[in-house]
Every structure is written in structure tokens, then in C-alpha cells.
Design a protein around this ligand. Structure first.
Ligand SMILES: Nc1ncnc2c1ncn2[C@@H]1O[C@H](COP(=O)(O)OP(=O)(O)OP(=O)(O)O)[C@@H](O)[C@H]1O
Length: 333
């Protein structure tokens, strides 16, 4: 399969010594949906900015449809469509007017109207294409954003956090559209997401990004299949002796990859369900207990844990705390 996007050794440092990308490599096959998955601040948007010619890396190279993004940014812009996190549509115009204007900006002339109508139908915008965008719900606005990104028939569509803030129903509807577009039109889609489920359901291929690097990649099934056995997750009560609990679990035969992240203790076992009573007895012997126990097939959350040593939601919470600390710091100045 030919590559639609190839990025090698991307490094990007922002002022304040923030190393947003630390040698990121990705290869995206033509006509596939590729998910860059990572918690907030992992470096996903920075990657998209570089690939869409909006930022330059300090080091590394990137080709989109075989075109060098650093040497030929103008050519790259013709073959890509970008749906950024914040919509760029004119709220005081209708959806249809926005689409036609976008087409004209790309020099499509009279063909803009036909293309706008085609996309209105394809993205199920017919009912509200004649209404001003300021009256749209979040889901309608996102569908219009995708249509805007597709107006000039790009070969590659970048979607930065496409379903962030959408309700579950609108999210599922957008997933359907994106899968269909990639399938029907041979479009290559690179999307960033911090939703594990979104990457799992939508992407043919996922790269897990952590602190500016790709720590694992493959199809969701390959990534999950690389973990043997089932996952056991224990939530320990407040005040529990966390280290004693971890040691008790690690000492049990048939229990592997014991990891503690906050008060969550996780492990893998070929017979996880059968091991639950043994695990609870071992915790009790160690003078502690579990507030909850779950046994599950491996998920992308487990893949993330295996490669980073942290649970995904803990990494998200840490990123939230860091962002809050920066805002507080800035406000104090
Ligand atoms: N213009 C900037 N100036 C300084 N630091 C920045 C800038 N843009 C991003 N960063 C920092 O670079 C790191 C990576 O940010 P980036 O936006 O690429 O991550 P992300 O994975 O897309 O997260 P999010 O989903 O929150 O956008 C973060 O630590 C972020 O705070």
C-alpha cells in the first residue's frame, strides 16, 4: 500500500523549553483512516500543524502525497483539507453560502455551487443548509466543518479532535460519515483524538502518542492482541497501603504486568476471572482490600498503560492539572 503521509523524526520545541514533539514518526497508508491517539498535550495538534504547513518543525521531514511540507507548502495546501478544532465558518451566513465561499477561495468558480450541493447531500446537511450557521447545534456545525474541508476535493483530510464536545449521538453520526468518506472516495483521513473509543471504532490504524513520541502503533486489534490474557483492574480504597497491595498481587503465580497508577492497580492473567478470589485473598492477607474489581478484555487503555506505565485517564487528569497550573501562573503575573 502506498503512503499518503510520511513523517520522520519530527521535533518541535516551544518557548519555555516545552518539547511538544520529540522525534515523532508516522506512516499513513493511502485511503485509510489513521488515528493519532493521546492525552491532552501529547503533541497531536502540533503534528497536524506541521503536516498542514501551519508550523515548521525544528528537526525532521514530512511528505504529504509525496510532497515535502517544508519545501512545497503551497502545493501541499492544494491536496489537503483541514478541519481544525475551532470552526472557521461565518456564523452570519448559511451553511450553503459558507461552502460556496470556500469553493471560490479555492478558485472553483461556478463549479463551487454544484460541489456545495453534492456535499450538502452527502453529509446530510439538506435540512439546515439554508439556515444561518449561528443557529446550528454542535453536531451540525461539525458536519459543515467536514464539508468545508472537502470542498476542493482534497486527497487527505485532517480532522483535529473532530468530535470533541459532541453528544454521543452526534459523535456516532460523524464516525459513520468519516468511515464512509474514506471507504467510498479513497480519501486518506488523519484524525487526532483523545477518546480511546473513537480511535478503536473509527481508525484502521492507530498511533499512540505520549510526550511527543509514538509509543505504539498498529491496527486496534493488533495493539490489543499484543497483550495476552485479560486485564484485571482493582480500585483500592483511600488510605490503603498501595505498595503492599502491589507486592501482594505481583507475588501471585499466573499474574503478570502488575502496575499501580494512582489508586488503580492493574494486572494481566490468562484466567483473570478465575484469579479474582485468589487476588482478593492475597490483598486481605497483605492487610488491605479492594473497593472494586473488574475483569475485561484488553482495551486501548491497557495498551497505553503497557507502553507508558500510566493509566490513560490519569495522564488526561495530569494534563488538565498542568494546563490549570499554567493558567493560574499566567493570571498571577
Ligand atoms: N504555541 C505554543 N506555545 C507554547 N507551548 C505550546 C504551544 N502549542 C502547544 N504547546 C505545548 O506543546 C505541548 C503539545 O501540545 P499539542 O497541542 O500539540 O498537544 P495535543 O496532544 O494536541 O493536545 P490537545 O488535544 O490539548 O491540543 C503541550 O505541552 C502544549 O502546552
Amino acid at each position: 500500500m502506498s503512503a499518503s503521509i510520511e513523517a520522520r523524526g519530527l521535533v518541535k520545541t516551544y518557548p519555555g523549553d516545552v518539547r511538544a514533539l520529540d522525534g515523532l514518526d508516522i506512516t499513513v497508508g493511502a485511503g485509510t483512516v489513521f488515528g493519532l491517539l493521546g492525552p491532552n498535550g501529547a503533541g497531536k495538534s502540533t503534528t497536524v500543524k506541521i503536516l498542514t504547513t501551519l508550523a515548521r518543525p525544528d528537526e525532521g521531514t514530512a511528505l504529504v502525497e509525496g510532497i515535502d511540507v517544508l519545501r512545497r507548502p503551497d502545493q501541499v495546501r492544494h491536496v489537503i483539507g483541514v478541519v481544525a478544532q475551532n470552526s472557521g465558518s461565518d456564523l452570519g451566513a448559511t451553511g450553503r453560502e459558507n461552502l460556496i465561499l470556500q469553493g471560490r477561495l479555492y478558485g472553483m468558480g461556478a463549479a463551487a455551487k454544484t460541489r456545495a450541493d453534492e456535499l450538502i447531500e452527502r453529509l446530510d446537511l439538506t435540512e439546515f443548509a439554508g439556515r444561518m450557521v449561528k443557529t446550528y447545534s454542535g453536531g451540525m456545525q461539525r458536519r459543515l466543518d467536514v464539508a468545508l474541508g472537502l470542498m476542493h476535493r482534497p486527497a487527505v483530510l485532517f480532522l483535529d479532535e473532530p468530535t470533541s464536545g459532541l453528544d454521543p449521538e452526534s459523535r456516532t453520526a460523524l464516525w459513520r460519515e468519516v468511515s464512509r468518506l474514506a471507504g467510498d472516495e479513497g480519501l486518506t483521513v488523519l484524525l487526532t483524538t483523545h477518546y480511546l473509543e473513537e480511535a478503536d471504532r473509527l481508525a484502521d490504524h492507530v498511533a499512540i502518542v505520549d510526550r511527543g513520541r509514538v509509543v505504539a502503533q498498529g491496527t486496534p486489534d493488533q495493539l490489543k492482541g499484543g497483550l495476552h490474557g485479560d486485564a484485571v483492574h482493582l480500585e483500592l480504597p483511600a488510605g490503603a497501603d498501595l505498595d503492599a497491595a502491589r507486592r501482594a498481587l505481583a507475588s501471585l503465580p499466573g499474574v503478570q504486568e502488575v502496575r499501580l497508577s494512582g489508586r488503580s492497580l492493574s494486572a494481566r492473567s490468562d484466567d483473570a476471572a478465575g484469579m479474582v478470589p485468589v487476588i482478593l485473598a492475597a490483598l486481605q492477607q497483605a492487610g488491605t482490600s479492594a473497593a472494586s474489581v473488574t475483569v475485561a478484555r484488553p482495551s486501548l487503555d491497557d495498551v497505553y498503560l503497557r507502553h507508558t506505565g500510566r493509566r490513560y485517564h490519569d495522564a488526561e487528569a495530569d494534563a488538565g492539572d498542568e494546563a490549570e497550573a499554567l493558567v493560574t501562573e499566567g493570571a498571577g503575573r
